[in-house]
Design a protein around this ligand. Structure first.
Ligand SMILES: C[S@@+](CC[C@H](N)C(=O)[O-])C[C@H]1O[C@@H](n2cnc3c(N)ncnc32)[C@H](O)[C@@H]1O
Length: 213
């Protein structure tokens, strides 16, 4: 992340006064147990987008402990919709179920334990909003399968697309393949889709369902 952006993100995070007990509990748990969850400023933006567009049927790839899922699931429930969320790790999947239960969201959540690469293909429905937040090596696959299931006026939100800033600065060589794949993915999105890249958080990609000719 550019230093100026790091400072900007830090400034934004410092302004966010979270009061919701369940959200605070999950943030503390994630910090203590090293669970990667969406950063606060990105969580607020996610909440803002989902609520202002009144998205009803939402898909998330990468549930973790259900932090972003709780934020989006509450709005989906209020709008009479549901959140389908996929997690590959059984321990995290079960922690997410506990949190959805605490948030009284189980009736409007379809939690799936499995690999997003395979599980999305089994979903026979349209989604208004897709939040991609799982293994970066599979972003292209997650994206293509989600795009096929995107409803009219739908939107795909891709988190961490600039991967710690490694796409534009020095990075440890072990990340070479993932950096190359993400870079190619961004080029592909600009060439073929209605896409914007926001240098916010760890880089956010937004895609509408408009097909570019
Ligand atoms: C960054 S965390 C998700 C955080 C969550 N969206 C939040 O902000 O609360 C990424 C999660 O994706 C899961 N994951 C990784 N690869 C996956 C895959 N192929 N299919 C489904 N989940 C996957 C990981 O186990 C991890 O819990």
């Amino acid at each position: 992340m550019l230093d100026e952006l790091k400072d900007a993100n830090g400034y934004i995070i410092g302004k966010i006064e979270e009061k919701d007990p369940l959200i605070l509990e999950m943030e503390a748990f994630a910090l203590e147990h090293n669970v990667p969850i969406v950063t606060k400023e990105v969580a607020k933006y996610l909440e803002f987008l989902v609520s202002t567009h009144n998205f009803k049927n939402i898909l998330e790839i990468g549930t973790a402990i259900g932090y972003s899922g709780t934020i989006m699931g509450r709005i989906a429930k209020k709008n009479g919709g549901k959140l389908t969320t996929i997690e590959i790790d059984e321990v995290r999947y079960n922690q997410a179920l506990e949190n959805f239960k605490k948030g009284d969201l189980l009736d409007s959540i379809n939690p799936i334990l499995g690999d997003g690469v395979e599980e999305i293909k089994k979903l026979d429905e349209k989604f208004d909003f897709v939040f991609i937040d799982a293994s970066k090596g599979h972003y292209m696959e997650f994206f293509n399968d989600s795009f096929e299931r995107l409803s009219e006026n739908g939107m795909i939100f891709i988190d961490n697309i600039m991967f710690r800033g490694y796409l534009y600065k020095e990075y440890p060589k072990r990340f070479k393949t993932i950096v190359r794949r993400l870079d190619e993915f961004i080029t592909y999105l600009y060439r073929n889709h209605d896409f914007v890249l926001l240098p916010f958080g760890d880089g956010i990609g937004l895609v509408s369902n408009k097909v570019m000719k």
